[in-house]
Ligand binder design. Structure first.
Ligand code: SF4
Length: 443
């Protein structure tokens, strides 16, 4: 047996500039905490390094810990950092493994010289198998005689996950947050999403198979978390009415008082106003809803299976109920000037207070990506953060597009300020950086 049992589990920083949401939304590295729990159970000595919150540089931690293996996860925008850390780990003689949302769907991008294994499913037990010298039977890319072998992915049953080891979260409760909810712990109750919106890659996760945990087990976990704020990171928590009813009943029975954040579709909210009132009653604070567009034509093209009326009804119900809807919109690359302003008008007309705007970004793993390939203006994965234009807009220059996008963002920010929703932020800092972006990117 290898005497060195140390494994470094790495989540890279989001970016190395200030153009991100650091300090406003910082996510608990839940995936690493599952892996940490599993490895401890198997007699390893895992350590987490999360670039979002660490003050010690990765290279220094690597030198200090001297692990025999390094696992790195991340999203598309973190790909460069993931590869950089694997290169450093390989130079230090470690086994290098990558996984996580981006690598699972875009594994070929990681079949490179400094990486030994690419995991293509949520099956964390494959890491244990690799560290013990074995070879997973599926859901992995690995090298045989210098050639990459791709063993196709299989869905993973989420009920097999252990309880996450939250010691890292508890050591950084001053950092992990969702807006004003600080600290905010993550809970996962499902993998994948049963819907098939065209722009989204979440429905491809877990081989497109929706896998849920027994809700009793989810409530047990929540009861044991030493944190008042819980963020369900399921792609769509509000899906099965019966399951949500059971959840509410269990939370009430056990007298659990916490605040909750979850993703939920507008059609579910609109169809279940009574349930939304009960969710408010047990502590639901934010529902993050992909409203996506202000017009039905675009919603249809996105295969969203909702319409502007349903969206408006969902906003009305949540406003009436007192749950904050975080309405998420996409500014499409075919936008004309008026389209940016029509999003603003829709938001005002329906009195939506919390909003998030993403620039349409063709997901690398989606069939849509091929349609945009010829229009790409960058191939740098760090730009796949929904804050950058990665493909040429159809109706204006990139500069003009950024200009209208930033105008919309500033208008919404000022509206938010008037509504008093971002009082926990340093307004001056954000206004200054938005104006700077306006001149930096467009005009
Ligand atoms: S946008 Fe939301 S509802 Fe649509 S597929 Fe993605 S996660 Fe599911």
């Amino acid at each position: 047996m290898n005497a060195n049992r140390k494994v470094l589990l790495v989540h890279p920083e989001i970016s190395r500039n200030k153009y991100n949401f650091a300090g406003v939304i910082d996510n608990e590295p839940l995936e690493l905490e599952y892996i940490s729990a599993m490895l401890k159970e198997q007699g390893y000595a895992p350590e987490i390094w999360d670039g979002q919150v660490e003050t010690q540089k990765f290279a220094d931690r690597l030198r200090q810990v001297k692990p025999f293996a390094v696992y790195v996860c991340g999203r598309t925008r973190q790909e460069n950092f993931m590869k950089e850390y694997c290169a450093a780990a390989k130079a230090a003689g470690c086994i290098t493994i990558v996984g996580g949302l981006h690598a699972q769907l875009n594994f070929k991008r990681f079949c490179t010289k400094n990486i030994d294994f690419v995991l293509t499913s949520f099956d964390i037990f494959h890491i244990g198998e690799i560290l013990a010298g074995g070879e997973p039977a599926h859901s992995v890319c690995l090298r045989h005689d210098g050639k990459w072998i791709i063993k196709p992915a299989q869905p993973f049953d989420i009920a097999r996950l252990p309880r996450p080891d939250r010691s890292y979260f508890y050591a950084h409760t001053d950092r992990y947050r969702y807006l004003e909810l600080l600290p905010c712990a993550h809970v996962r109750s499902a993998y994948c999403c049963p819907y098939r919106c065209k722009f989204c890659c979440r429905n491809q996760m877990n081989c497109g198979s929706y896998s849920v945990r027994p809700i009793e087990d989810v409530v047990d976990e929540i009861a044991a978390i030493e944190c008042e704020n819980i963020y369900f990171i399921d792609d769509d928590f509000l899906f099965d009415r019966k399951r949500i009813e059971r959840f509410i009943a269990l939370i009430r029975q056990r007298g659990i008082r916490k605040k909750y954040v979850c993703y939920g579709r507008a059609d579910f909210v609109a169809a279940n106003p009574d349930l939304m009132r009960q969710l408010k009653d047990i502590g639901f604070y934010y529902v993050l809803t992909g409203l996506e567009a202000a017009d039905g034509k675009r919603l249809k093209a996105y295969n969203k299976k909702t319409g502007p009326q349903t969206n408006a009804e969902a906003v009305r119900i949540l406003n009436e109920t007192g749950i904050n809807m975080m309405g998420m919109f996409i500014v499409d690359l075919d936008f004309k000037r008026a389209d940016f302003f029509s999003i603003y008008k829709w938001i005002r007309r329906h009195d939506l207070k919390h909003t998030a705007i993403s620039i349409f970004t063709p997901e690398m793993s989606s069939p849509q990506f091929a349609d945009y390939k010829r229009r790409l203006i960058t191939t740098d994965p760090s730009q796949w953060d929904y804050l950058h234009v990665v493909a040429k807009p159809s109706n204006m220059s990139v500069k003009r597009y950024y200009f209208y996008y930033h105008i919309l963002v500033v208008m919404l920010f000022l509206k938010g300020r008037r509504d008093g929703i971002y009082d926990f932020l340093d307004y001056g800092f954000y206004i200054r950086s938005m104006v700077k972006n306006l001149f930096r990117f467009g005009g």
